[in-house]
Design a protein around this ligand. Structure first.
Ligand code: CO
Length: 134
């Protein structure tokens, strides 16, 4: 059901320092910061030949990554995102198999303007999983 790895998201305490590490130390192609107020994050996209890394930093009062950063002050891997062809078919199969969707089971538009859902880490080997319809 899942296809390509779309991205890995890493929450960072200092977005410009993290951007510099990826751009200067690791020599990657990085974007300028993008504010996503609907998602409560500012993102820098790191474009790799086969996937992307999303550096996330909390934006606003109720950022969904603020608590993660409080628990992981140096930052850390937040979620992995897998591509699916049909997010509704994927969701229905996952729910049928007993997996839990976080929040509303209605897909929301994610960072790339495409429908996404998040799945409970306890159902996926301790890792928060995002699925994105491409
Ligand atoms: Co993501």
């Amino acid at each position: 059901m899942i296809g390509k790895l779309n991205h890995i998201a890493i929450v960072v305490p200092d977005l410009s320092a993290a951007t510099a590490i990826y751009r200067d130390t690791l020599g990657a192609d990085v974007s300028t910061p993008v504010d996503l107020p609907d998602h409560g994050v500012t993102t820098v996209f790191v474009n790799l030949p086969n996937t992307k890394i999303e550096l996330l930093h909390p934006l606003g009062e109720n950022s969904p990554v603020a608590k993660f950063l409080a628990n992981n002050p140096s930052g850390g891997m937040h979620h992995v995102c897998y591509e699916v062809d049909d997010i509704y078919a994927a969701r229905d199969k996952l729910l049928e198999d007993g997996a839990r969707v976080l929040g509303s089971p209605e897909p929301k538009n994610g960072a790339h303007g495409k429908p996404v859902l998040f799945l409970h880490p306890k159902d996926f080997c301790g890792t928060l999983v995002e699925i994105e319809q491409v």
